[in-house]
Unconditional design. Structure first.
Length: 264
């Protein structure tokens, strides 16, 4: 690690979400209190109930997500780092060549991969949308601090249309990204796009909210279709683990995760 600087990996729970929910809950709570300064009949009572319920819901969400963010962070429980380590543990690759991290966020997994595979070069790509606490400059700074900037590069891109030729990478990884890609609602097509840029015989390890019926209504059919495109394909229920506290095993954080890994 270079100097005394610490990398900024943030988490996948953005500060903006906490600010919005906390502010919204606070405003509604304030309106609930102010409502007692005016007189009214049954309609006002009903309104108070709805406002109070909304305030309670938002403030509970704020509290849960705030603590979850703390547990995920390196300064708190370090859970996010262990989740990323687990993704890499299913990547059966010798570390020779170039690896792609699809949706690299703050660069955490790309940098972990570079440190795990000292002979590898790593490319991290992300859209870096405004909703998230991530940026390309942040990734590059983290890589420099961690001492791997000579082997890790980052570029902006869309996971639905990867800006790389066919069979370009020796391996690829991704974590909690596919369900967030709005430009391609067909997740089968999205994963096939990820596989397209991997060389035949290349390894992959993709984790996402595969147990979410909203994003993956027929997981069994998806796995069956993908198995036609690769040499080896395995699925792991990564909800079953010893590194995610029960508090975080909800659909809001890490309660629906599964992992596809194998060889193209």
């Amino acid at each position: 690690m270079n100097g005394q600087e610490k990398p900024d990996y943030a988490t996948w729970i953005p500060v903006k979400l906490l600010i919005a929910s906390g502010a919204g809950g606070g405003i509604l709570a304030g309106l609930f209190c102010l409502s007692f300064l005016v007189s009214g009949g049954a309609a006002l009572v009903v309104l108070r109930v709805f406002v109070a319920a909304g305030a309670l819901l938002l403030l509970c969400f704020f509290s849960y997500m705030g603590y979850a963010r703390r547990l995920l962070s390196d300064e708190g429980g370090g859970v996010q780092g262990r989740i990323l380590d687990n993704v890499l543990s299913f990547l059966h690759w010798d570390g020779n060549g170039v690896l792609l991290d699809i949706g690299c966020g703050s660069g955490a997994m790309a940098i972990k991969a570079a440190k795990k595979y000292p002979l590898a070069r790593v490319v991290g790509m992300d859209y870096w949308g405004a909703a998230w606490d991530y940026a390309q400059s942040q990734c590059e700074s983290n890589a420099w601090i961690e001492g791997v900037s000579d082997r890790v590069t980052f570029q902006k891109g869309d996971a639905a249309r990867l800006d790389f030729p066919d069979a370009h990478f020796d391996a690829a990884v991704s974590n909690f990204v596919f369900h967030e890609v709005r430009s391609q609602p067909d997740k089968l097509a999205l994963i096939r796009e990820a596989l397209r840029v991997i060389k035949p015989g290349g390894a992959f390890s993709f984790q996402d909210v595969f147990f979410s019926r909203t994003h993956y209504p027929d997981l069994e059919a998806l796995i069956k279709e993908l198995s036609k495109d690769v040499t080896k394909l395995h699925f792991v229920d990564t909800r079953e683990n010893g590194f995610v506290p029960r508090f975080l095993r909800t659909p809001l954080v890490a309660g629906e995760m599964g992992l596809l890994y194998g060889v193209k």
